[in-house]
Design a protein around this ligand. Structure first.
Ligand SMILES: Cc1ncc(COP(=O)(O)O)c(C=O)c1O
Length: 459
């Protein structure tokens, strides 16, 4: 049942969307993702998606190396043009696939890690310690020990407990630290220090011989498309940095602005909208603006504000950012095959992969194409579900597609952020990952085998 008071909202929503159920509003253009159509086939860098599906099997993730590079360059050049002193660190949790991470590092990105595993992975991939930032709210002693021993660039401290751990671990070695701030606009709760707590934390850091205070870190959230949040937050941080300089004599040399930059062609659903779509089979509408904000838009506005605040406060920090989805989302695709169709109240298509490997589809609109039916005529509304025995395994509650048949291959675009990192082995092994690069395609990760899934079990 809907919450009370929602009825009027539903009525106006339904009136607006009534048309959407009858009229096909079309789809986002494949060229947004640098894809092309050849006859009835969708292609990526001259490779036909269905042939890749045939060669490697489905479900299958495909990384577009060229698009990854392009996104990385756009982000760096956008910010470098607008912030004098700038560095980017790719958020490993967003997509920890070495085939993609390698490209970000080749393009000059460092690594933002949040766990012992991610720190290990960055070092294993050859990332220089000075290009690693360590965030995270429950850093293990082991991971902190490695971070100190390897002399990584920055540990962003999240709690008083962490200061104590670091005090122990830095008896003989110095390390640069930042502190994560909770501001009016940032994620709160379990993350970082409130401004009042931060003053106490900074006093402790100052008293601790081998902890060098470098600066502040914040992360505002994810899928942010309006700039207001960043601007207000920067004002708060610079004001706080001024206070700290005056009261404790601590200089802010680094400002780590986190990630959170939204992808224009991906839209978060409201919970009401999700419920309505599921109950009435009304398709979600794509975002109205699929072009902005770009990396350059974020960079321009944030850069301008920082330079204004620096002039005002005489604080000139180096700016670090930890982008995730804005640089990786559009560079990876998920291929899924139709394994069964059913006619119930709605037309239903069952795919060979579901929410187990495509978790973000539960809350966010993403376009999807039928790779072998790009020359379609009329489309119909389908409910697209995964293969697992879970009623929540719904990828699209209602979406227009050409007539679907067993064997058709769906390409879910924007599968490069939080798909692989949230994927699990619920009922099915996790898929392979293939990279398409310079006219070649190659395996970046093997599909999990049954033996692999069973490897650590005692019988
Ligand atoms: C501390 C931190 N930095 C960066 C990111 C990357 O966020 P996004 O993918 O929204 O850019 C996250 C994501 O949760 C995060 O927690």
């Amino acid at each position: 049942m809907f919450k009370t008071g929602l009825k009027t909202k539903i009525k106006s929503f339904l009136a607006k969307r009534q048309e959407a159920k009858i009229k096909d509003y079309g789809f986002l253009e494949p060229k947004i993702w640098d894809l092309e159509t050849k006859g009835s086939n969708l292609t990526i860098e001259n490779f036909v998606f269905t042939e890749l599906a045939e060669n490697y099997g489905t479900p299958l993730f495909i990384v577009n190396a060229e698009k990854t590079r392009k996104n990385a360059q756009e982000f760096l050049s956008g910010f470098k043009k607008n912030c004098k002193d700038f560095e980017a660190f790719f958020s490993y949790k967003t997509n920890p696939v070495p085939g993609m991470l390698r490209i970000f590092h080749e393009e000059g990105f460092g690594a933002e890690v949040t766990s012992e595993y991610e720190l290990w992975l960055a070092l294993k991939l050859g990332v220089k310690p000075e290009k690693i930032i360590f965030d995270g709210r429950a850093k293990s002693i082991e991971s902190l020990k490695t971070a100190v021993e390897k002399q990584i660039r920055l540990i962003n401290i999240d709690s008083f407990e962490e200061i104590e751990k670091l005090k122990e671990l830095t008896q003989n070695q110095k390390i640069d630290v930042g502190i994560r701030l909770q501001t009016a606009k940032s994620w709160k709760g379990q993350f970082g220090f409130t401004l009042v707590e931060a003053v106490l934390a900074l006093k402790k850091i100052k008293e601790t011989k081998n902890l060098n205070f470098a600066g502040f870190h914040f992360h505002l959230g994810t899928s942010i498309k309006e700039f207001k949040k960043y601007l207000q937050n920067l004002e708060d941080i610079f004001a706080f940095a001024s206070e700290i300089r005056a009261s404790l004599g601590l200089e802010t040399k680094i400002l780590d602005i986190g990630g959170g930059f939204g992808v224009p062609q991906v839209r978060q659903f409201t919970t009401d909208e999700q419920e309505i779509s599921e109950r009435f089979g009304i398709p979600f509408l794509p975002p109205e603006n699929t072009k902005n904000p770009t990396c350059e838009d974020f960079a321009k506005i944030i850069g301008k504000k920082i330079s204004e605040l620096s002039t005002k406060t005489k604080i000139f920090p180096k700016i670090l950012a930890e982008p995730g989805r804005i640089v990786s989302s559009s560079a990876q695709f998920l291929l899924l095959k139709v394994v069964e169709t059913k006619q119930r109240k709605q037309k239903i298509a069952i795919l060979d992969g579901g929410i187990n490997i495509a978790a973000p589809l539960r809350g966010e609109f993403r376009e999807a194409f039928v790779a072998n039916k790009m020359d379609f005529g009329q489309r119909e509304i389908y409910k697209i579900v995964g293969p697992t025995c879970n009623p929540g395994d719904v990828l699209y509650a209602a979406k227009f597609f050409p007539k679907l048949e067993v064997g058709d291959v769906l390409v879910v675009v924007d599968a490069g952020a939080y798909f692989v990192s949230y994927a699990n082995s619920f009922c099915f092994p996790k898929p392979a990952i293939v990279v398409v690069e310079n006219g070649k395609n190659y395996l970046s990760r093997k599909k999990e085998t049954f033996d692999y899934l069973n490897l650590n079990d005692f019988e």
